[in-house]
Ligand binder design. Structure first.
Ligand SMILES: C[S@@+](CC[C@H](N)C(=O)[O-])C[C@H]1O[C@@H](n2cnc3c(N)ncnc32)[C@H](O)[C@@H]1O
Length: 256
């Protein structure tokens, strides 16, 4: 695996993810599955996505048998708060390593902006019509308020970094939601989607600071490092800063 993820980062984002996500699409995903479905959560990390959907299943009296799949066994070992689950450590740099035998539906969160279009095309073929709920794919619509003259340039460099190879070929990055929609449409799916942004202000200082650091570090790898450092300093000083981070949830159901 090329890209490592920190359990502390996943814990920091989880409550914001829960607030941002589309409950309607999670319920529609469950409604499309058998009464006691087996769902595979791809790139499960510490289980944030399964925890969210499991809570929706509980609310309607349903039990889900979860299969959590991730390349990082250390993250999987921290999964709690999901009623019935098995965890499997798999590096799915090649999508064919994902075993979908006996799986009724597939879900993933914060994953598909890391993968390439070619990887996703092979993955969509493997799905073979199973319902897919892809939550919280980054769509790049960052909005900084108040604006800074260097926001545009820094965001352009950040977007370049998002397209670097994260272990799956050149990543779709911020173009992922559009690329996924095209691929899934061609594979015979009907799509519903929802904007699921984080809106971060002074009350969300920890995630806002982590995003600022992440954007600055990524942008500095592609652009003028001094200019990025000055931008970061100005941004760090702006206590009232509001940041909107765009994501999309996509539900793909087989066309009737
Ligand atoms: C951004 S995290 C999202 C984790 C979780 N879905 C969540 O929303 O908290 C991406 C996850 O993909 C996993 N991952 C990245 N590349 C992988 C690969 N090649 N094989 C298996 N897992 C991978 C990481 O270990 C990480 O847990």
């Amino acid at each position: 695996m090329t890209e490592g993820f920190d359990a502390a980062w996943l814990a920091l984002r989880e409550p914001h993810d829960v607030r941002a996500r589309s409950a309607e699409l999670a319920d529609a995903f469950l409604a499309a599955l058998p009464p006691r479905p087996r769902i595979l959560d791809l790139g499960a990390g510490t289980g944030s996505n399964a925890r969210y959907i499991d809570a929706h299943a509980i609310a309607t009296g349903r039990t889900v048998d979860w299969l959590l799949v991730d390349g990082d066994g250390g993250l999987l070992s921290r999964a709690t708060g999901i009623r019935a689950f098995q965890a499997r450590t798999v590096d799915f740099a090649a999508p064919e390593r994902i075993d979908l035998a006996g799986v009724d539906g597939v879900t993933a969160s914060a994953l598909f902006d890391l993968v390439s279009e070619a990887w996703f095309t092979r993955f969509a073929a493997l799905l073979a019509g199973r319902p897919l709920l892809a939550a919280l794919t980054a769509d790049g619509s960052h909005r900084w308020d108040p604006a800074d003259p260097d926001d545009g340039e820094v965001e352009r460099w950040f977007a370049e970094d998002m397209c670097c190879d994260k272990g799956f070929g050149p990543a779709m990055g911020l173009a992922a939601p559009a690329g996924m929609a095209a691929t899934l449409g061609a594979a015979g799916y009907e799509l519903r989607d929802a904007a699921t942004p984080w809106t971060l202000g002074p009350d969300d200082a920890a995630l806002r600071a982590a995003m600022l650091d992440g954007v600055a570090e990524a942008a500095a790898r592609h652009g003028d490092g001094d200019r990025v450092a000055r931008w970061r300093e100005r941004r760090q000083g702006a206590r009232a800063l509001r940041l909107t981070v765009g994501h999309r949830d996509i539900l793909a159901l087989p066309r009737r």
